[in-house]
Ligand binder design. Structure first.
Ligand code: ADP
Length: 229
């Protein structure tokens, strides 16, 4: 693979705005995003073999197995890089040390010229829970646009309960109920320090951004921190 790719890992709790920032990067910078969560939800709605295996796991907020996720990401990453995207975002991966190791070995094996960047989203637990509680997504699994019912949010749908992009109904994710969201958040916090230590030990800088601000401001901060003009 001859071109140099920027591979960006978004590490942050549910509700941090990783998906929203990814959308800006796709639209404004022409990058590509893999949201492991979106991809898994698509499998569930299409009732593929994989979808049937993981349905209950996802509803309950637990993590699916490392082997399965590693294989999915490897396939996507190799395809995206060979199709010439200059920037690719992994949103929701890696979540465990085993996943981080697998990604590193993939890069060493097949994507030697890629530059890996780790971006950490800083946000308070309560802000994340409030955002998740007010979050709605488009039920069309090829879309999955995200909306917010928070009072001052710029992410309100134009029409009540219909997607601005594809007019499909919007609804709640099953794992966005408050009790499950709290479990997901504590699961994230459990793995977060291990992941950050892993990258620090490799001598890789972790770029920290303030995910408590609006997505517009977050995008500007992100570009500055990443030196994108
Ligand atoms: P969140 O808002 O919690 O970041 P996502 O949409 O990224 O949610 O993921 C939803 C669910 O999909 C997770 O709770 C988990 O069950 C599964 N999942 C997504 N990414 C991974 C991963 N890298 N490893 C294991 N499970 C994952």
């Amino acid at each position: 693979m001859s071109r140099e790719h920027t591979v960006v890992l978004f590490i942050g709790p549910p509700g941090a705005g990783k998906g929203s920032l990814s959308e800006y990067c796709e639209r404004e910078l022409g990058w590509k995003q893999l949201s492991t969560g979106n991809l898994l939800r698509k499998h569930i709605s299409e009732q593929t073999e994989l979808g049937k295996q993981i349905d209950l796991i996802i509803k309950s907020g637990k993590l699916v197995s490392d082997e399965l996720i590693n294989a999915i990401v490897e396939q996507w990453l190799l395809a995206s890089c060979s199709h010439g995207s200059t920037g690719v975002i992994l949103d929701g991966y890696p979540r465990t040390i085993a996943q981080a190791r697998s990604l590193n070995s993939l890069i060493e094996r097949a994507l030697m010229r890629s530059k890996l960047n780790v971006v950490r989203f800083l946000v308070d637990d309560q802000v994340a829970i409030d955002r998740i509680s007010a979050r709605f997504i488009c039920e069309n699994k090829d879309c999955q646009a995200v909306y917010s019912a928070l009072k001052h949010s710029s992410m309100k749908p134009k029409e009540t309960m219909a997607c601005d992009k594809c007019q499909s109904p919007i609804g709640k994710r099953k794992d966005d109920q408050e009790s499950v969201a709290k479990d997901r958040l504590s699961m994230y916090r459990k793995h977060e320090s291990d992941l950050l230590n892993f990258y620090q030990e490799l001598g890789m800088p972790v770029i920290e951004c303030d995910a408590g601000q609006s997505v517009d401001n977050l995008f500007n901060e992100f570009k500055t921190l990443m030196n994108i003009h």
